[in-house]
Write a protein that binds this ligand. Structure first.
Ligand SMILES: NC(=O)c1ccc[n+]([C@@H]2O[C@H](COP(=O)([O-])OP(=O)(O)OC[C@H]3O[C@@H](n4cnc5c(N)ncnc54)[C@H](OP(=O)(O)O)[C@@H]3O)[C@@H](O)[C@H]2O)c1
Length: 349
């Protein structure tokens, strides 16, 4: 591979222009360019190949405290991704290495050695999984599903696990891991195509199309969870959470991973009405933030890479091409248009 002439490269970037109210629009972003510079001593210059588009991005656009500070106005939008080292003055990275890093929504990232740890850059091994699988099952969503299910949910063989957002990035990992652990798995997803895929391709026992009618989830749980629900892995919050709470078993575990049904709400977030079901059933509800497990990612990656290799696990990604399409691509997460982990390809891989 011949090294690019760095001075000829232009870095196209997407920055946050304003904070959205409700669903983001193109006006919330602005597009900028910058010259690309040599890395400093000990640093690296990276080229973005593909970015992970995540529901959490909507929260980072808001003002206010969360588990991570908001993206500032005019800052390059935060995004994890995978890419290639194209110039290196670091003994840790060589030109041509493939890495996972906090790239941001831009084509190039220059990192000083003092920024490596905070950025979270690490080398990835493409023999363990493809570039896009490193954003999915072997990446942040996969880690979320794995630790949320295994550490918080603590599945036992024979238990019934229900997961919402079943055909999405986190959901596909959760359902497949729960099957591997010997559980009965029932997904909840929007539309017949997604439901068919999780049952026929991923081996879920059943899947409920929550868009099929106002009582679809209630009726579906009754039909497909005859022994009640032991673990509910919640990716969506709202009414679906309430409906599942009404069917939990004694000592059930509710893993609060996300509440995508609430992320664009312009009124106060709706909490669960059926929370007293936790009392009656001596159950618990616990949140998970994936970054808390960073020191154990390598263990989950090794385990899930072995399942990808032996065919026990599959991984589906939905790839949109072109940095310029970031604003519209992000919206696919909130209208359910993504089928699998949503990835933005920034450069040909
Ligand atoms: N706690 C953590 O550390 C952590 C880390 C990563 C992700 N998460 C959370 O995990 C959840 C899933 O994330 P992901 O990356 O795997 O996204 P994803 O499931 O791949 O994509 C989002 C999906 O959410 C569903 N959805 C959108 N609006 C909905 C609504 N109003 N009601 C029900 N479902 C709706 C859509 O699927 P349908 O077509 O099925 O509706 C959409 O495809 C999100 O809540 C995210 O914030 C949490």
């Amino acid at each position: 591979m011949s090294a690019p002439v760095l001075s000829s490269l232009v870095n196209h970037q997407v920055r946050l222009a304003s904070r959205p109210v409700g669903m983001p629009t193109r006006e919330n972003w602005h597009f900028t360019t910058e010259a690309v510079a040599e890395p400093e001593d000990g640093g690296v210059l990276l080229q973005t190949l593909a970015l992970s588009l995540d529901p959490a991005m909507r929260g980072w656009m808001n003002e206010g405290r969360s588990y991570i500070p908001p993206v500032a106005i005019d800052e390059v939008m935060r995004a994890g991704g995978v890419g290639r080292v194209i110039a290196s003055k670091s003994p840790q990275f060589a030109v041509g290495d493939t890495v996972s890093a906090g790239f941001g929504v831009q084509q190039y990232l220059r990192l000083a050695p003092g920024e490596f740890k905070r950025n979270g850059i690490f080398k990835i091994d493409l023999r363990m999984g493809s570039l896009t699988q490193w954003l999915n099952v072997l990446g942040m969503p996969g880690m979320t599903g794995y630790f949320g299910l295994m550490d918080v949910g603590q599945p036992q063989a024979g238990e019934t696990v229900v997961v919402s957002g079943a055909a999405g990035a986190v959901g596909q990992t959760v359902g497949q891991m729960a099957k591997i652990k010997g559980c009965r798995v029932v997904g909840i997803a929007g539309g017949q195509a997604k439901c068919d895929w999780v049952v026929q391709e991923l081996g879920f026992d059943a899947c409920i199309d929550y868009k099929a009618g106002p009582s679809a989830v209630r009726e579906g749980l009754k039909a497909h969870c005859p022994k009640g629900v032991d673990i509910y892995f919640d990716n969506v919050g709202g009414e679906i959470l309430d409906t599942v709470l009404a069917r939990i078993n004694r000592k059930a575990r509710i893993v609060i991973c996300g509440a995508i049904s609430q992320y664009n709400a312009t009124t106060a977030v709706a909490g669960p009405k059926n929370y007293l079901s936790l009392l009656v059933n001596r159950a618990r509800m616990e949140g998970i933030v994936v970054f808390d497990y960073a020191d154990r990612y390598h263990l989950a990656i090794a385990e899930m890479a072995s399942y990808l290799k032996d065919g026990r696990m599959k991984s589906k990604e939905d790839v949109v091409q072109g940095l310029e399409h970031f604003p519209e691509a992000l919206l696919k997460l909130f209208n359910g248009e993504n089928f699998g982990k949503l990835v933005l390809e920034v450069a040909p891989t």
